[in-house]
Design a protein around this ligand. Structure first.
Ligand code: ADP
Ligand code: MG
Length: 256
């Protein structure tokens, strides 16, 4: 994604803040204030509906009839010399929130099943920065991991999951963490993909198989202690059958 990244569309707004900046979709958020990135702001108003477990903490917020997810960037694992939410500053365009926001925005605009990205912010201090992102909350029954904990899925759902992944791959989206927590299902077995932190647009290559292998390992891990009907070879083959159907989507990678 080279070139001027603000040329995403006229509704994409950039605002400088003391010690940082925010990026947002002006057509969806007219009244965005920096306090929106602070969970305490919503807590004080009693508008936090819950939290999701992940690397960091994602807060589900409901305000004025709208539902969204506020996520603070946190790294997994331990980094001895940095606190867990600080990243090395390498310029605004390299920040996690701006990179993820912009990629998600392009995917959403291309009609892919992703949450609408609402806003992103970084706060820069010396050599480090912290970041936050707000996305529209998807109306789902849960992640693939949560659904498998509840019961077995139909083979049609596995096919749908494969089709969904294929659409992203046809656009050149290499997902950095394709696992059962980042695929969400709604009531009609529609499949969404989330969490584009550190994802890249790439030309077709072996990374596609790498993504699938990662998902397979995740499925094996989360279903290991569950009843045997939750994940087996037939399910995986259903997913691959869906994956092998061409999506007809055009790559976002220039020159392919
Ligand atoms: N837009 C969304 N709609 C519904 N749930 C979401 C949304 N974004 C995140 N979540 C929930 O929050 C969890 C963590 O978010 P995610 O973007 O995967 O960040 P990370 O894995 O880095 O913590 C997800 O697994 C999912 O359950
Ligand atoms: Mg995740």
């Amino acid at each position: 994604m080279a070139g001027n990244k603000w040329s995403l569309g006229s509704e994409v707004k950039h605002a400088t803040l003391p010690g940082g900046a925010m990026l947002y979709d002006g057509s969806r958020l007219g009244n965005l204030a920096p306090s929106w990135f602070d969970p305490n702001h919503w807590r004080a108003r009693g508008e936090i509906e819950g939290t999701a477990r992940g690397r960091g903490s994602a807060h589900y917020i409901k305000s004025a009839g709208r539902q969204f997810v506020l996520r603070h960037y946190h790294r997994g694992g331990l980094v001895a010399y940095l606190s867990r939410d600080k990243y090395f500053w390498r310029g605004e365009q390299e920040t996690r929130p701006f990179a993820e926001w912009q990629l998600t925005y392009r995917l959403h605009r291309a009609g892919l099943p992703v949450p609408a990205p609402l806003a992103a912010r970084y706060q820069h201090d010396g050599m480090t920065y912290t970041g936050d992102i707000i996305t529209e909350r998807l109306n789902t029954v849960g992640s693939l991991a949560e659904c498998l904990a509840q019961g077995a899925l139909s083979i049609l759902t596995w096919i749908e999951i494969g089709r969904c992944i294929r659409r992203f791959h046809d656009l050149g989206v290499c997902h950095a963490d394709l696992n059962a927590h980042n695929l969400l299902l709604n009531e009609d077995a529609k499949v969404y993909l989330i969490d584009f932190d550190q994802c890249q647009l790439r030309r077709s290559g072996l990374w596609r198989d790498g993504n699938l292998v990662r998902l397979r390992r995740s499925l094996e891990k989360i279903t290991y202690a569950l009843p045997r009907d939750r994940f087996g070879e037939a399910d995986w083959h259903g997913l691959l059958d869906g994956y092998r159907q061409t999506s007809g989507d055009q790559s976002l990678v220039a020159g392919t």
